[in-house]
Structures are given as C-alpha cells and as structure tokens.
Design a protein around this ligand. Sequence first.
Ligand code: SF4
Length: 385
Amino acid sequence: MVDPRAMTNSQDLSFSRWLEPITERVLQGGSVTREEALKMLSAAGADSFTLFAGANRIRETFQGTDVHLCSIVNAKSGRCSEDCGFCSQSVHFESAIPEYPLVGADEVVAHAEAAKARGSQALGIVAAWKGLRKGRQLDEVLDRIRKVAAVEGIHADASLGLIDDPEIPPLLKDAGLVTYNHNLETSRRFFGNVCETHSYDERIRTLQLLKAEGLHTCSGGIFGMGEEPEDRVDLALELKELDVDVIPLNFLNPMEGTPMEGRPLLAPMDCLRTIAMFRFVHPTKEIMVAGGREVNLRDLQPLMFVAGASATMAGHYLTSSGRSTTDDWQMIRDLEMDYRPPGADRPPGEAELLNRAAGNSASEAAPATSISKGVRFPVLDAADL
Ligand code: SF4
C-alpha cells in the first residue's frame, strides 16, 4: 500500500518553490535567515532530497568536487581537567581510555607520514587539556608542530584547547601551524548543558585571538547531545559571525562512562539535513564531517557529500577507530569526486589498495568504529589502510 504521506510530499512542490529562490540567492553571494535555516531542518520526506540537491549545487559551485581529507593524532590522552559531557577524556568521568602524556616528536612525525599515505592534506595534533600556557608545555608543542610542518605535503594543524594569552598565536604561527581547531560545540544557550568548567566566551575569545594573528580557524560542533534545532542554527550563525575557515560537524557517538553514554544516536536523515543547513549558511567554507559519521549515518555516509560536505576525517578519531581509508577512497571515487586535487601526488600504493578492496572487502582489513579500551592507536602502515 502506498504511504499517503509520501504521495503528499512527492506531489507537493511548495518546499521546492520555497527553496529555489533561496538557493539562487546563496549562489549569488546572499545569505539565509535564521527562520529559513530552521525550516530546512524540518524538511520531511521528498523535501529532504530537494534540500540536499540545493546544498549540493552550492558545494559544487564554491568548493568543487575535491574532498579534503584530514587526519588527527591524539598526542596527549585522558586526565583532562574539563567536564565536557560528551568526552571520554575528562578526568570527571569513568571512561576506559588510554592515558598518556604528550607523545614524542618521532611519533607525531610518523602519524604525519601515515596521514599523507591516506591522502590527507593535514595532520591535527590534538591534546586533552584545558588550554595552552607558556612554559615547558608550549615549548614541547611548538617542537611537535615544527616537525610536522617539515613533512612535505602535510599541513601542521592543532587542537590544543583554550588560549587567552595573545602572545601564543604568533608563536604557533612561527612554528608553522596552519589551522587551529577549537569547537564551539553547540549554541551559547545549550553550552551550559555540555560543559561547566569553562565558558562559551572563553572559546570565542580563543578563536578571535587566532584569527587576529591570521591563522586559519576550524570550529564546529557536536550534534545529538539533546540540543534543539534552534541550537544547531544558532551555532551555524555564531560561526558565521566568527568567519571561521573550516567547520567540523560531529555526530555524537556516545562514549561509555560519560554523562551522554545513554543518548540515542541521531537518525541519518537528521544528520544530513544538519549538514545541508550548514552548507546553506556557509556556502564558501570547508564543511567537514568528522566524528560519529559511521555510527550515525551508517549506509547513508556517501550522502554527506551530496548534502553539502566538502571534507571528512580519514583514519582514527581521538578514542574511537574510524573507517577503513580504502572504503573512504572508494566511496569518494564512486561519487565521481576525488580526494586529491588534479596534479597532486596520489597516495603510495593507492591503485593496489583499491584493487585489493574491490576483490576483498576493505572493511575486513579495518575494524568498525568501536571504543578503544586502554589501547593506544598505533601508527598505521599501508597494509592497515
Ligand atoms: S573536549 Fe577537550 S577540553 Fe573538553 S574534556 Fe575533552 S579533552 Fe578536555
């Protein structure tokens, strides 16, 4: 029997007629209003695909068909003083994760080489602590940044927490840092439900200091923490105000031991509508789908690009494993997109790995997303891709 809701949706063109002038406006350099962005999140049935088609046009116009891949290394894990409710690295929660101090320069460089082999254009050095202070901690971090910056073909990026000292961003820049990540995570209104040990304004100030120094800023959020649609839109608008360069969109993968461990996963279509709304609000920016994509999007992962994403994370996340890189390469190729700009070097062994994946499911070679219990991620070699 035909679902009457589906019939109504497929024959009702009112959403499509509403969206068309908005899409044209954005393509001409205009912006969307808060109300329009909210309505995008409530699209249902066939209207969702109309929304994705509009977001896809905007992505192709401003970002083309190259997917930017980026990788991270969890360079200092666990025992963080902060209490972000989604995070298994907080000292306030009982998550079973590996704990270790800042790793040595050789290990960070090995991760940079592995990131390059995956086709990533950047390695983000991530540390679980409140923020950066001058002294030994900063000196060690600057050393790791210099070493990654010296690896040809890889940008040195970092996510090292709050910064309130205006003398720090110039030091990061001098060391060769390209992009600094610091997520706002959610709206100002909802932030108090996520974290109580520091403020939204401290996060904003960090981004402003970095921007003032001319560093690229990367800031986004996590969805599925119990926020309302309005919170997602307000986050998108706040990031527009801050004019960040890269916007990572994470979907909560509830971690055991955190206050959010019992939260349900988001519906895949809900994730995709959120990606599309961000593309409409940020037409020219890099929109990167990062943590939680495997468990929340499931088989709809390729649609993240159709819904407007232009980048994704390759390899492991901080405390959970990611998808096989060969599966990601294949997905991007199957969409008739590419993860290397024309003329750029291909990752070593790429053709062989894709052939092997075609004949022998690559997912057998890599674990599905799971929580790592006490095991520090090794540097991957080509056989693990
Ligand atoms: S998200 Fe960052 S600041 Fe918050 S608890 Fe985790 S490591 Fe600490």
